[in-house]
Design a protein around this ligand. Structure first.
Ligand code: AMP
Ligand code: GLY
Length: 424
C-alpha cells in the first residue's frame, strides 16, 4: 500500500522514518517534505492546504491512506474534503474532520468542550470588543499573572502571560479591538493561571477506542532556563519522570476518557491524534490545551520509542478496530535537541549549507527546515534539525545528542544546551 504524509517538519520526518519500517507499506510520499524525507520517501512539491493538489497526488500515486502532520490542513477541512469526494471518500485520513479540529482551532470552543464534559481545566471566560468592559471586570476578579489567549490559530504566538492588571487590560484591548493577532484575536479567552509542571500526553483514537502513547515534555522557550520568546519547541524528553503510573492513571480517568466520550456524545467522529497539554499541579492534571495532531519536537522522541508497527495502529484508526491492536514501547529514555537558525524565533536567514550530519551514528537526525539546493542540504526554516538519542537515563541520552551536535555545522546555528535541565 502507498501512504501520503502531509507536512514538512521534524514531526513528518519522524512519521516517515517510522512508517518506512512497516512491511505493509510499499511506497511513502511526503508533501512537501524536506531533505530528510527525500532520502527515504518521495517528496511531492505541493502545499498541503491545496486540497486539489493533494487529490491529484493521491490519484496519481495510488495512495491508500493519508496521514496529516500539521493542524492547518485539518482545521481547513482536508478530511471533510476527502469524505465529500467520490474518488477519495474511501481513502482513510489520519486526522480529525473540521469539527474535531476545532478543539485546536478555537480556544473558546475547546474550553466550552472541557467545561461541558467535566475535563479539569483553568476557570475562564471569553470576550470580544462588544463586551470589553466585562473583560476588564473579569480580569479584576483574577490574581496575577493574567493569561490571555487569542481564540483562533496564531502560529503559537497567541498566548500572553502578563504580570500587571494594567498591562493585561491594555493587551486585551489590543487583541479584541485592534486585532493584535488578526482575526484570531477577535475573541479572547481569559483564564486563571495554572501552577505546576507541564507535560504532553498523546492519544490516538478511532472515535470509539483509544491508545495512550508515550508522554513527553517539551522546551518551548528560545533561551536557557526557559527564558526568552516562545518557539515551536527547542527539545523534548520522553518519558517524563514525574508522570508516574499514578499520575497517568488520573490523566486517563479524568481527562482522556471524558474527552473521548465527550467527542462521541457531541457527534464528533474523531479519527486521529489528540495532543493534550497538561499541567501537573501536585499530582492533579489540568488541561492547558488540546492540539489535534502530534507535537513537534515531541514526535521525535515519542515515535522512536514505539517498537511495533505504527501503520498497524493507523489501520486500527481507519477501520475502528483500535481495540484489537496493541503496541510496545521501549523503557529507554529518548531525548531530542533542536538545532535552529540564528535569530529564530524572530527574523533568520535561510540557505545555509549544513555539514557533518550524515556521519552521525549515535543519534537519529530528523530534518525539519531543510531542503536540497545544488545537491547540498541547506537550511530552509527556523527549526532546522532535531537530534534524537536513546539512553538508559536522561543524562545518557542527552550526552549522545550533544556529542552528535558537536559534529554538525551551519552558519549561525543555535540550540539550547540545557534541555532536560529541570528533570535532572
Ligand atoms: P497554549 O497555546 O494554550 O498551550 O499556551 C502556550 C503556553 O502558555 C503553554 O504551553 C503554557 O506554558 C502557558 N499557559 C497557557 N495557559 C496557561 C495557564 N492557564 N496557566 C499557566 N500557563 C499557561
Ligand atoms: N511542541 C509543541 C507543539 O507542537 O505544539
Amino acid at each position: 500500500m502507498n501512504v501520503l504524509i502531509l507536512g514538512s517538519g521534524g514531526r513528518e520526518h519522524a512519521f516517515t522514518l517510522k512508517l518506512s519500517e512497516s512491511k505493509k507499506i510499499n511506497q511513502l510520499f511526503v508533501a512537501p517534505g524536506n531533505a530528510g524525507t527525500a532520502k527515504i520517501a518521495n517528496n511531492v512539491h505541493i502545499n498541503p492546504t491545496d486540497f486539489n493538489a493533494v487529490k491529484q497526488t493521491v490519484l496519481d500515486n495510488d495512495i491508500k491512506m493519508v496521514v496529516v502532520g500539521p493542524e492547518a490542513p485539518l482545521v481547513a477541512g482536508v478530511h471533510d474534503f476527502f469524505l465529500a469526494d467520490d474518488a477519495l471518500k474511501n481513502i482513510p485520513v489520519i486526522g480529525p474532520k473540521k469539527d474535531g479540529a476545532t478543539l485546536e482551532g478555537s480556544k473558546d470552543f475547546s474550553k466550552q468542550f472541557m467545561q461541558k464534559h467535566g475535563v479539569p481545566t483553568a476557570k475562564y471566560q471569553s470576550f470580544t470588543k462588544e463586551n470589553l468592559a466585562e473583560g476588564f471586570a473579569f480580569l479584576e476578579t483574577l490574581e496575577p499573572p493574567y493569561v490571555l489567549k487569542a481564540d483562533g490559530l496564531a502560529a503559537g504566538k497567541g498566548v500572553l502571560i502578563l504580570n500587571s492588571l494594567e498591562e493585561a487590560k491594555a493587551e486585551l484591548k489590543e487583541m479584541v479591538s485592534n486585532q493584535k493577532f488578526g482575526e484570531a484575536s477577535s475573541t479572547v479567552v481569559i483564564e486563571e493561571f495554572l501552577i505546576g509542571i507541564e507535560l504532553s500526553v498523546f492519544v490516538l483514537t478511532d472515535g470509539k477506542n483509544y491508545k495512550i502513547l508515550p508522554s513527553a515534555k517539551d522546551y518551548k522557550r528560545i533561551g536557557e532556563g526557559d527564558t526568552g520568546l516562545n518557539t515551536g519547541g527547542m527539545g523534548a524528553i520522553s518519558p517524563v519522570p514525574f508522570a508516574d503510573d499514578a499520575f497517568l492513571n488520573k490523566v486517563e480517568e479524568l481527562v482522556v476518557k471524558p474527552t473521548i466520550e465527550g467527542l462521541r456524545k457531541d457527534g464528533i467522529d474523531y479519527r486521529g491524534f489528540i495532543f493534550i497539554g497538561l499541567m501537573n499541579d501536585n499530582g492533579n492534571p489540568s488541561v492547558v490545551e488540546y492540539n489535534v495532531r502530534m507535537g513537534d519536537p515531541e514526535t521525535e522522541v515519542v515515535l522512536p520509542r514505539i517498537e511495533s508497527d505504527l501503520f498497524d495502529l493507523f489501520e486500527g484508526v481507519a477501520n475502528q478496530t483500535l481495540d484489537e491492536k496493541s503496541f510496545s514501547v521501549t523503557s529507554k529514555t529518548a531525548t531530542t535537541v533542536m538545532l535552529v537558525a540564528g535569530g529564530y524565533p524572530e527574523a533568520y536567514e535561510k540557505g545555509k549549507e549544513i555539514s557533518g550530519f550524515d556521519t552521525i551514528d549515535e543519534s537519529i537526525v530528523f530534518h525539519a527546515g531543510t531542503t536540497i539546493k545544488d545537491d547540498k542540504v541547506v537550511t530552509n526554516g527556523g527549526r532546522v534539525m532535531a537530534i534524537s538519542s536513546f539512553g538508559e537515563t536522561i543524562e545518557e541520552a542527552l550526552e549522545k545528542s550533544y556529542k552528535s551536535i558537536d559534529k554538525i555545522h551551519f552558519d549561525k546555528m543555535n540550540y539550547r544546551k540545557d534541555i532536560g535541565f529541570d528533570l535532572l
